[in-house]
Write a protein that binds this ligand. Structure first.
Ligand SMILES: Nc1ncnc2c1ncn2[C@@H]1O[C@H](COP(=O)(O)OP(=O)(O)O)[C@@H](O)[C@H]1O
Ligand SMILES: [Mg+2]
Length: 319
């Protein structure tokens, strides 16, 4: 695995007519990392990837691959080193799966064992199938396979699992993990927070053409509403804070590590971090609720992401 920088984007800007798609993006991805780009539709993720690969000319800013390679000036070198699966890819309907793999393998810097690639991606039985005859999920799988056929040192995957069924998604995740283990750096655009949590070392969240947050998935969860949530049944139906079931929400709210405590539809929900679980358990015990059944869940990236977008509080935007 390399120790350099696979991708460096500095001050990237791109407009389509009057519409600003990318508005000053900085992203640095070290070799060997799986880096995620998250963000709502239209936030500039695909444009960023297209500029990084050299498919689009940016208006200003700088992209470098592996330290020195300029994708706009040296597209043929990029093709040998970098794989890409674009969000809106297409192949001629009559091209066969085997022919497509052969075509992409011929771009590699070294000989590719095409049969092994077909087997690895579960495409062997479809060698002679035409692209036009494949289902949406099969096409998606083929595009991811094609992006990785030449064992690139860097690969861009733009919504690689959109349209895949859950079993196929898991298989693609495993394959991406293996490709990374072999030293390929991965830049992954995704709408799926479970995918980002599972695969990405770090993620950037884009909103309105800017990166508004960048962190590890765990770091984002901690910063934007993270921690653990405990729920338990409450028989207090009139919704007072202290009456009815005798659960003292204000007291719970003052326990160490508790971030918020409230009643929702007959349950009490308490969110906190660190050692709050122990304090909450003790509190329930001494207030006569020792046999309350608690359900405990970790607050995940999805909730943190939604909270980050809803907050409008985007600290990294200011810089
Ligand atoms: N070829 C294009 N011509 C004009 N506008 C475009 C084009 N591609 C994207 N856009 C616009 O640029 C913005 C960013 O798009 P895109 O990079 O595709 O975002 P994302 O991938 O995050 O959904 C959107 O407002 C989109 O409508
Ligand atoms: Mg896109």
């Amino acid at each position: 695995m390399g120790t350099g920088t696979a991708l460096e984007i500095v001050g990237l800007r791109k407009r389509y007519g009057h519409r600003t798609a990318v508005d000053g993006v900085d992203i640095v991805v070290p070799e060997g990392e799986i880096f995620g780009i998250l963000g709502p539709n239209g936030s500039g993720k695909t444009t960023t990837v297209e500029c990084a690969y050299g498919l689009r000319r940016c208006d200003s800013g700088r992209v470098r691959l592996f330290g020195t390679l300029d994708p706009q000036a040296q597209p043929d070198r990029v093709a040998g080193l970098v794989g890409v699966q674009l969000q809106d890819s297409a192949l001629p309907d009559r091209l066969r799966v085997g022919e497509a793999v052969h075509l992409f393998a011929s771009l590699a810097r070294h000989r590719v064992d095409e049969a092994a690639v077909m087997a690895e991606w579960g495409l062997t039985g479809r060698r002679d199938a035409s692209f036009g005859s494949l289902s949406g999920g099969q096409r998606q799988r083929l595009f991811v396979a094609l992006a990785l056929v030449a064992r690139p040192r860097l690969v861009f995957l733009d919504e690689m699992t959109t349209g895949l069924d859950p079993a196929d998604r898991r298989e693609v995740w495993d394959l991406v993990g293996r490709v990374r283990a072999e030293g390929t750096t991965v830049v992954l655009v995704t709408h799926f927070m479970d995918e980002a949590e599972r695969l990405c070392d770090r993620v950037a969240v884009m909103v309105g053409g800017r990166v508004v947050a960048e962190d590890t998935p765990g770091g984002l969860v901690d910063r934007y509403g993270g921690g653990t949530r405990v729920r338990f049944a409450s028989n207090d139906l009139d919704g007072d804070r202290t009456d009815g079931d005798g659960i003292d929400l204000d007291g719970i709210g003052r326990l160490p590590g508790v971030v918020e405590a409230g009643r929702v539809d007959g349950t009490v929900a308490v969110r906190g971090t660190g050692a709050f679980l122990t304090a909450l358990g003790h509190h329930l015990h001494v207030t006569g609720h020792a046999d309350t059944e608690l359900s405990v869940e970790r607050v995940g990236l999805e909730e943190a992401y939604v909270a980050l977008l809803a907050s409008g509080n985007h600290p990294e935007e200011a810089s």
